[in-house]
Design a protein around this ligand. Structure first.
Ligand code: HEM
Ligand code: HEM
Length: 193
C-alpha cells in the first residue's frame, strides 16, 4: 500500500479546504470587492435619488462581504487542524518511500515543492490565526496589517502550487506514471503500466 486510508482522506480534505480558502480570496477580490461594490451601491442609490456618503457605501459593501469572509476563518481553523494531523501522520503513518537521493531530478523538484508547501501552509495558518486574534494577543492594528501584507504575498505560492500540482499530476498520469491519481484514491502502488 502506497498511501494509507488516513493519508488519502487527509489529502482530499486538505485539497477541498485549500481550494475553499482560495475561493474565498477570489470572491473577496472580485464579485465581493468592497471597492467595486461601494461604487455600485453609490451609483444605484444615486439613480434612485438617494444620497449616501462614500464611507456609508463602503460599510454597506463590507457588510455584504462579511458572511462570505467568515468562511475564510472557518476553513482557516480547519487548515490548522489538518496541518497538526499531517504532523501526526508524519510520525505515526510510515509509508513506503523512495530515498530522496535516489529520486530523479524531476521528482526531487516535486518533493521540494511539497516540503515548501507544508512550510508555506504552516506560515499561513500561524499568520492567519495571529491576525484573527491580534487584539487578544495584544498586537496593534498596524502589526496585524504588516502581517497581512506578508500573508497576502505568501498566498501566491499557494495558488501557483495548486495550479502546477493539478496540471502536473494530470500530465504524469497520462505519461510515465499511469494510475498516479487513482493511487491517491485507492492507495495501491501503480500497477498499470
Ligand atoms: C483536485 C485535484 C488534485 C489531484 C488530482 C491531486 C492528486 C495528487 C496526487 C496523485 C498526489 C501524489 C503525487 C506524487 O506522488 O507526487 C498528490 C500529492 C499531494 N497533493 Fe494533491 N491533488 C489535487 C489537489 C491538491 C490540492 C488543492 C492540494 C492543496 C494544498 C494538494 C496537496 C498535495 C500535497 C501536499 C501532496 C503531497 C503529499 C505528500 O506526499 O506529503 N493536492 N496529489
Ligand atoms: C491556504 C491558506 C490561506 C490562504 C491562501 C490565504 C489567503 C489570504 C489572502 C490572499 C488574504 C488577503 C485578502 C485581501 O486583503 O484581499 C488573506 C487575509 C486574511 N486571512 Fe488568510 N489565507 C490562508 C489561510 C488563513 C488562515 C489559516 C487564517 C486563520 C484563521 C487566515 C486568516 C486571514 C485573516 C484574518 C485575513 C485578514 C482579513 C482582513 O484584513 O480583514 N487565513 N488570506
Amino acid at each position: 500500500m502506497k498511501y494509507s486510508v488516513a493519508f488519502r482522506i487527509w489529502h482530499w480534505v486538505n485539497a477541498v479546504v485549500v481550494l475553499g480558502l482560495l475561493g474565498t480570496v477570489f470572491l473577496r477580490k472580485t464579485f465581493l470587492s468592497w471597492r467595486d461594490n461601494s461604487q455600485l451601491i453609490l451609483q444605484k442609490l444615486d439613480a434612485m435619488s438617494i444620497a449616501i456618503t462614500e464611507d456609508q457605501a463602503v460599510s454597506l459593501a463590507k457588510a455584504i462581504r462579511a458572511g462570505m469572509w467568515e468562511w475564510h476563518i472557518i476553513l482557516g481553523y480547519a487548515l490548522a487542524i489538518l496541518l497538526l494531523y499531517r504532523v501526526y501522520l508524519y510520525f505515526f503513518d510510515k509509508r513506503e518511500k523512495e530515498k530522496f537521493s535516489s529520486l530523479s531530478l524531476h521528482k526531487k523538484g516535486v518533493q521540494l515543492s511539497y516540503y515548501l508547501l507544508y512550510a508555506v501552509l504552516g506560515f499561513m495558518a500561524l499568520s492567519g490565526l495571529t491576525m484573527h486574534f491580534h487584539s487578544e494577543l495584544g498586537l496593534s492594528k498596524e502589526v496585524a496589517h504588516s502581517i497581512k501584507e506578508v500573508h497576502e504575498f505568501v498566498f501566491n505560492y499557494v495558488w501557483i502550487f495548486v495550479v502546477l500540482h493539478i496540471i502536473g499530476v494530470v500530465v504524469a498520469d497520462n505519461t510515465e506514471e499511469k494510475g498516479l491519481i487513482s493511487t491517491m484514491i485507492n492507495g495501491e502502488t501503480n500497477k498499470i503500466s
